[in-house]
Unconditional design. Structure first.
Length: 267
């Protein structure tokens, strides 16, 4: 099932931004300018208009290259600041496509906070990875500040130890993306636990604990009976437990989650 969504407010948001004089930071090279221009003139999803056709201010895009993608936009719509998110997911059971669109009006203080953080990110390198892969997660952020465009591309919110300066920029970007998700009321993830008979150990069960919908997740720790357990990956625990020790196991495992904007929650 694939529902094509073209929001009414998007159609109403045509304005002078496409004719505004758009500039770039003087330290940008040709490849960076081309990358920014591409993001500005092309929509990350076919159901959305490109920012160059709108009074666009901010656009964040996330794609896991397999089943999920997320777009968040902040736009001028009839003198109001509107934040929208458009999420594409594939149901893990039915394999059907599910599209979700929501939008909210921002207060002046909310928009001002975002604008200040964006202005502090101008004129940094566009590519935030010292090495890239053809698979995995892909993220981009583009915004306009005083008619100058800035954009970023990266694959992980974790800091790259090979480049501390880029790590500092990533932290600032993470904070902004976390704020955007909070303003959109995007859920902070759901704890899922699967307990299965182990094919390897007859006296044990295999326990898999993970966080589904990890959009707003930066780091995690996982605990069993309040003792920290080593994770296989961020938000993922795989372990064996004796069959006599599984009582109430789903409530005994919990995650401590750091959201992208630095807030800490438990799942």
């Amino acid at each position: 099932m694939n529902i094509k969504i073209v929001p009414y407010s998007l159609l109403m948001a045509f304005c002078s931004s496409c004719s505004d004089s758009i500039g770039y930071c003087k330290n940008m090279n040709k490849d960076e300018i081309n990358s920014i221009s591409y993001l500005y003139n092309n929509s990350p999803q076919s159901d959305l208009l490109p920012l160059s056709k709108l009074d666009g201010i901010i656009q964040f895009y996330s794609n896991d290259s397999w089943t999920e993608s997320l777009s968040i936009r902040v736009l001028n719509v009839e003198d109001k600041k509107i934040i929208q998110y458009y999420m594409f997911e594939r149901d893990p059971l039915t394999k059907c496509k599910v599209n979700t669109f929501k939008e909210f009006e921002l207060t002046e203080s909310q928009f001002t906070s975002l604008s200040i953080k964006m202005a502090n990110l101008m004129c940094n390198p566009v590519n935030l990875e010292t090495s890239t892969s053809i698979d995995g997660n892909f993220f981009s952020l583009i915004f306009k500040s005083e008619n100058k465009l800035q954009a970023y591309n990266w694959q992980s919110f974790s800091n790259d130890s090979n480049s501390p300066d880029l790590g500092i920029v990533k932290d600032k970007i993470s904070n902004i993306i976390g704020d955007l998700m909070e303003l959109c009321l995007i859920p902070n993830g759901t704890k899922k636990i699967i307990v299965e008979q182990s094919p390897k150990y007859l006296d044990s069960f295999e326990v898999t604990a993970y966080i589904r919908d990890q959009y707003n997740l930066k780091t995690t720790q996982v605990y069993l009976d309040n003792h920290e357990i080593k994770q296989k990956d961020i938000g993922l625990l795989e372990m064996y437990i004796h069959k006599n020790d599984t009582l109430n196991i789903k409530n005994r495992i919990h995650f401590k989650v750091e959201l992208l904007n630095g807030k800490i929650i438990e799942l």
